[in-house]
Design a protein around this ligand. Structure first.
Ligand code: ADP
Length: 504
């Protein structure tokens, strides 16, 4: 049982602003440690590139380390793919496309995808532990969200593989060829599933690159794919950083690029493929508005705010990083939010009690700290939970900025950390205008008791995904993607299958 009987009012100062009323839980929360075991997993000292169904040494013989961000220890050495390796992988994917995957029976295609899905389910614990060790996210997140959802996407798209004509009635769906896919570090296996599963179901072959700080679950997936007997070259999994990604984007024999990552790199990719006939989908940054109306169920809304920005360390492009609270309930919401923040357990990501794990890398922690400094210097009210942080590793306490204005950088720019910028509003018109005043348009949330308000507000928000009275919920059959600088094209659902097909 958690003990939270003795509470004491504390004052927390920002630059020029003081925030009262936070409740500090003196006696702490005495959960016993509940570490997930690592006995069932194997992380090799060194990993090669998965090209043409085999693990192959990189042409230039270069390797880079991957670390556990929770203790800064090296986990493994990873092969870095050069332009020549990318070329080898694209050639393998092209041959597999021409000779096997575009010709194989549609039911056969589906069977292989199902087989991968089932193997992911069977090895779910291994995947979850490796995801957490390599990326720093709490084991609860990788165990309950990342891995089951990744398997669910393979199951979902396996179902469409032999039903493409029914998926797009009146059309003659044709595969594109070779898909080049580049993913970020925040949901490594899930982002891979979002991309590989629809590409295969649509009859394409794949070359995919993991992010440089989180290569391990994709390499585990490569082992699963090898065991599944998928024909050689249908999926090629490589590792490396931006240069490797650029080699994929610029390869002349790739038909489709799918990218998830920063808006900056998204723009580079768009320029690079302009004038080619490559198809592209981009899922980029976000600065989502989470809107709390005064008739909202406040306790649920507070949980939704916490889920929207603090779980997963705020490493979510659709994170509810801008909170808009209607003025007459603002004090209540902020008080409850601070109380709840104090109960969040920050620390060892492998502990099943942990709510907020490690920040993915030192660079990302530096970015977050830079924005915290900017927020303070802009004069916003500053509050952080009072939890202790481990001495090694990269950590950030759940952070709140109050009295934020539209012109503050912390309310405009993507921080990608557990940092929430709070603004208040009086009317629906005002909050819609404020929420839409952003270059991004990925996601949003609305909390209210009235269905009519939900329809009114959601119809006016410019965001690809809008949650009502919930936040950060995903399903393989629901499309995900943005407007404006959050990118274009959708992933998930039939909308995520279409971009991998020529629909004549
Ligand atoms: P983040 O800020 O989330 O790390 P990035 O956009 O930098 O996002 O990285 C997302 C993915 O894009 C990573 O796999 C990274 O290696 C890759 N990447 C970085 N630069 C380029 C580039 N110029 N071309 C293609 N891919 C790139």
């Amino acid at each position: 049982m958690a003990k939270n009987s003795t509470k004491e009012k504390i004052k927390v100062s920002g630059n020029g602003t003081t925030i009262d009323g936070a409740l500090k839980f003196n006696s702490g929360w005495d959960y016993s440690p509940a570490p997930e075991s690592t006995g069932h997993i194997e992380i090799k000292e060194k990993y090669e590139l998965f090209i043409n169904g085999k693990f192959q040494k990189p042409v230039k013989g270069k390797y880079f380390p991957t670390h556990n961000p929770a203790n800064e220890k090296k986990l493994s050495m990873i092969a870095e793919a050069s332009v020549s390796d990318v070329d080898k992988a694209v050639k393998a994917a092209r041959t597999a496309y021409n000779k096997v995957w575009s010709k194989i029976g549609l039911k056969e295609r589906g069977k292989y995808i199902y087989r991968i899905a089932r193997a992911m389910q069977e090895k779910a614990r291994e995947f979850a532990v490796i995801e957490t060790l390599d990326g720093g996210k709490a084991i609860r997140e990788s165990r309950d969200i990342d891995i089951p959802l990744a398997a669910a996407h393979f199951f979902y798209y396996a179902g469409w593989a032999d039903k493409l004509q029914y998926a797009f009635p009146g059309k003659d769906p044709q595969s594109l060829g070779v898909a080049g896919q580049i993913i970020p570090w925040n949901f490594p296996l899930l982002m891979a599933a979002w991309k590989i599963a629809p590409a295969l179901a649509a009859g394409n072959t794949v070359i995919i690159k993991s992010a440089e700080s989180t290569p391990l679950t994709l390499l585990k997936l490569a082992e699963v794919i090898q065991e599944s007997g998928l024909p050689e070259g249908v999926v090629n999994i490589i590792s490396g950083a931006g240069e490797t990604g650029a080699a994929i984007v610029n390869h002349p024999d790739i038909n489709k690029i799918a990218f998830t990552g920063s808006t900056g790199v998204g723009k580079i990719i768009q320029k690079a493929i302009a004038g080619t006939d490559k198809k592209v989908t981009l899922e980029l940054g976000g600065k989502a508005a989470n809107i709390i109306m005064d008739d909202a169920p406040i306790d649920q809304a507070v949980e939704g705010i916490i889920n929207g920005i603090y779980f997963n360390q705020g490493h979510v492009c659709c994170a509810g990083s801008r909170l808009f609270v209607q003025e007459d309930v603002a004090d209540l919401v902020i008080r409850k939010l601070k109380d709840r923040m104090e109960t969040l357990i920050v620390g060892d990501p492998m502990d099943k009690n942990t709510d907020i794990g490690a920040i993915n890398s030192k660079e990302q922690l530096n970015t977050i700290n830079k924005y915290i400094k900017i927020g303070k210097s802009e004069g916003a009210g500053f509050y952080q939970s009072s939890c202790e942080l481990p001495s090694k590793g990269y950590w950030c306490r759940p952070t709140l900025f109050l009295n934020v204005s539209q012109s503050h950088r912390i309310s405009k720019e993507e921080i990608f950390g557990p940092v929430l910028a709070v603004q208040t509003f009086r009317t629906v018109e005002e909050v819609i205008e404020k929420a839409n005043n952003t270059p991004y348009g990925l996601s949003a949330g609305v909390w209210t008791d009235k269905g009519a308000k939900i329809f009114n507000i959601t119809s006016k928000l410019r965001a690809g995904v809008i949650w009502a009275n919930t936040y950060n919920k995903f399903d393989p059959s629901s499309p995900f993607g943005g407007y404006k600088e959050s990118g274009f094209g959708r992933e998930g659902g039939l909308q995520g299958l279409g971009p991998y097909l020529n629909l004549k």
